[in-house]
Design a protein around this ligand. Structure first.
Ligand code: FES
Length: 397
């Protein structure tokens, strides 16, 4: 493979993905997961922040709604003390401004139903879709227009290789999904890149799952051609890049580095494959076990925090299949994969944040050949910006 020159002064390469470097608050005008369905009970409300947008989610008569989480009266968060007095509305707990969930309009004020402001003001609403246990919200410019289909912002359900064993797509019927999400320190891009990074296997070399199952884990995976990372750019559909670890003509595992006396551990081969999709969704096929898929969303909260989503999906239609999945999830996948294996990734991201925050890491990084797929991802993400989140805070200068 010819060396890719991104080292030291990376201005030339950086220019090729400048919109990506600009997206420190994340890409606007996309669907993002906001809550797991079971976290929003009927008659309740909860607050989330996505790309600087404070959003209150409220379930009413079984349907999930999303509105701005800032009361127009004195600016408190509605979710700070959720007050749901009637179906189809959300009430501010402070002075009783009550908003309709469909259009955000001010429908009444608890203590002054004849107030002249009623019917003349309101809060913005956000499009919501709920599928297979996840509530998604379309976040961005208020006048963006009709949002693209949710499927456009999720990993593509198919690849172009007929020999692939297809894994469940997030919108498929007949699947079960379990997962967690947590707020972490770190820009969303650092998290996304870590998920795709072929060079980060070192952080997992002593992982419990791999040791217990004697799974073969190389020290790294080298690309054999400059185009080994597949770019998937579906017209009016998902955009992503894929590490084709299933293609020995494209990738070669590194099994030995005598200079540091390291050899790859494990003897049992395990096929898996990683891909990363705009606006920041990782798909790890056949992980943590075959016929399962782990999706990870790196949802920007602000420029230094992201919500880390980890969900595992598999096909299960009968009660027995669902029970078997739930047993494995509770006793294996959650503790050992999502909280065990992935905590090593969390540690790495949080350790990376300081450099990119305080030392302008985007212009002071020295990428190497091993970072081929990260470069491909940056270019892909830069090619399709629908918009950028911006800081909602007033300039303090
Ligand atoms: Fe919400 Fe006053 S701050 S009603």
């Amino acid at each position: 493979m010819t060396a890719i020159s991104h080292s030291g002064s990376s201005a030339g390469v950086t220019r090729q993905y400048a919109p990506y470097v600009q997206a420190d608050w994340g890409f606007a005008n996309h669907w993002y997961p906001a809550l797991l369905s079971h976290e929003l009970e009927d008659g309740s409300a909860k607050g989330v922040t996505i790309g600087g947008h404070d959003i209150a989610l409220r379930r009413s008569a079984g349907k999930a709604y999303a509105v701005s989480d800032r009361c127009i009266h004195r600016g408190v968060k509605l979710s700070a003390k959720p007050m749901c007095l009637s179906e189809g509305t959300i009430t501010c707990w402070y002075h009783g401004f009550t908003y309709g969930l469909e259009d955000g309009s001010l429908t009444t004020i608890v203590g002054n139903p004849d107030d002249s402001l009623i019917g003349k003001a309101g809060i913005r609403t956000y499009p919501v879709e709920e599928a297979n246990g996840i509530i998604y919200v379309f976040v961005g410019e208020e006048d963006f227009g009709t949002p693209p289909p949710l499927a456009n912002d999720l990993p593509a359900p198919v690849t172009n290789d007929p020999n692939d064993s297809p894994v469940p797509h997030l919108l498929d019927e007949g699947i079960v999904i379990r997962g967690i999400h947590r707020k972490l320190v770190g820009n969303w891009r650092l998290a996304a890149e870590n998920g795709l990074d072929p060079g980060h296997l070192l952080v997992h070399w002593d992982n419990q799952i791999l040791v217990a199952l004697d799974r073969a884990l190389p020290l790294g995976v080298n690309a054999l051609t400059d185009s080994a990372t597949e770019e998937i750019d579906i017209e009016n559909g998902p955009k992503g890049v894929m590490n084709r670890y299933d293609r020995p003509d494209l990738y070669q595992p590194v099994l030995d580095n005598p200079k540091v006396n390291m050899k790859a551990r494990g003897t049992v081969p395990h096929y898996f494959r990683t891909s990363l999709w705009v606006p920041g969704v990782l798909m790890v096929e056949h992980w943590p076990i075959t016929d399962h898929v782990q999706y990870e969303f790196y949802v920007p909260i602000d420029d230094h925090h992201h919500e880390y989503w980890e969900v595992i999906a598999t096909r299960a239609r009968t009660d027995e299949e669902i029970a078997e999945f739930n047993f494995k999830y509770d006793n294996f996948m959650l503790p050992l994969a999502l909280e065990g294996f992935n905590n090593s990734d969390v540690f790495a991201r949080e350790a990376t944040e300081e450099h990119y925050t305080r030392f302008d890491g985007w212009n002071n990084e020295m990428l190497c050949d091993m970072d081929y797929s990260i470069i491909a991802w940056r270019k892909m993400a830069a090619r399709h910006p629908r918009g950028f989140f911006e800081s909602p805070y007033l300039d303090e200068d």
